[in-house]
Design a protein around this ligand. Structure first.
Ligand code: HEM
Length: 123
């Protein structure tokens, strides 16, 4: 189970790295790297599976992370995934999938991802 948990943890970090990296690489242009939605979806599912494997194997029996923190991260991550899906749909209209995306949408994805990293580390 520990091995499985670690596999999901790697996917969790790589997924969020794709979201933040894709956002930063697209900050200046008008579009958003189209892998951002896939990164968010992968990281979200991996996070939920981390919680599942940890609970099932008793890894957190003597005190795991705060469930309030996991709940907050889950809500923010769901918002990020929906926004990234909308951005992917907007971008699909031009330039081989990287057409213009509303700046508000794009920067909210980047900002919420940063917020969740701070929540994950400091809470
Ligand atoms: C934008 C969203 C998210 C970001 C940026 C993020 C980032 C992180 C980071 C940086 C860590 C390492 C924390 C540390 O070791 O100090 C972490 C751990 C973890 N994340 Fe996430 N995460 C997000 C969403 C989620 C979601 C939706 C879930 C599950 C529902 C989740 C479950 C976990 C678990 C179980 C851990 C390991 C335990 C812990 O340290 O809290 N994460 N995440």
């Amino acid at each position: 189970m520990d091995f499985l948990y670690n596999v999901f943890a790697v996917l969790h970090f790589v997924g969020w790295a794709i979201v933040l990296g894709g956002y930063i690489a697209s900050i200046k242009g008008s579009g958003l790297y189209r892998g951002v939605f896939h990164g968010a979806a992968t990281a979200l599912v991996a996070g939920v599976l981390m919680v599942g494997t940890a609970e099932m194997s008793g890894m957190w029996d003597d005190g795991g992370p705060s469930m309030a923190k996991i709940g907050v991260k889950l809500v923010i991550a769901l918002v990020i995934a929906v926004l990234a899906f909308l951005a992917k749909r907007q971008g699909a209209k031009g330039d081989n999938g990287t057409g213009p995306v509303s700046p508000g949408l794009k920067h909210t994805i980047g900002a919420l991802t940063l917020v969740n990293i701070v929540v994950a580390v400091f809470w």
